[in-house]
Design a protein around this ligand. Structure first.
Ligand SMILES: [Zn+2]
Ligand SMILES: [Zn+2]
Length: 173
């Protein structure tokens, strides 16, 4: 990916890059998610998925795995999926560490499309726009419907390329 030096990054790319940088702080080997809060082009918070402070994280204690059944990506049969539930999701940490007043009318950039629980919380958090990059088919339809009902702009950053070395190599999580 050769980039012309003279080309200045647009704001979407700039803030999504910061979300991906934040995601590299995650110690869960299965999934690295980063999220940032932006108000009027001003960065007001960054977060990533992780265990609560002072509690052993996935790198120390191992992932806390649960098995769930969910529809396969083509909408066919249910398949068994393993999920790590040790971490607080990046979006939830972002809400825990930012102020309601700062969130009113703000934009959240998040590396991955929010899961249903995070989307539900974001819908009640004051944010007015959610921008994500990686698709998460499991919850897409209900999350998109929720955002539409709530009047929150919900869009995927297409054609975006994350900064080098910010993605987990094993994408099986
Ligand atoms: Zn984990
Ligand atoms: Zn989530």
């Amino acid at each position: 990916m050769a980039q012309t030096q003279a080309v200045r990054k647009d704001w979407d790319t700039y803030f999504m890059d910061i979300a991906f940088m934040a995601s590299t702080r995650s110690r869960c080997p299965r999934r690295h998610v980063g999220a940032v809060l932006v108000q009027g082009k001003k960065l007001l918070g960054t977060a990533y998925n992780g265990a609560p402070m002072g509690v052993p994280d996935c790198s120390e204690a191992g992932c806390m795995i649960v098995e769930e059944f969910e529809p396969s990506q083509d909408g066919g049969a249910m398949i068994k999926k393993q999920r790590c539930i040790r971490t607080i999701h990046a979006e939830q940490n972002l809400l825990l560490f930012t102020d309601r007043n700062d969130r009113e009318g703000s934009t959240v950039y998040v590396t991955d499309q929010p899961c249903w629980t995070c989307a539900n919380m974001l819908a009640n958090s004051g944010v007015s726009e959610i921008v994500y990059h990686r698709f998460y088919p499991k919850d897409y339809e209900k999350v998109a419907a929720l955002m539409q009902q709530r009047g929150i702009v919900f869009r995927r950053l297409e054609g975006y390329v994350p900064p080098p070395d910010t993605e987990v190599q094993d994408g099986s999580a």
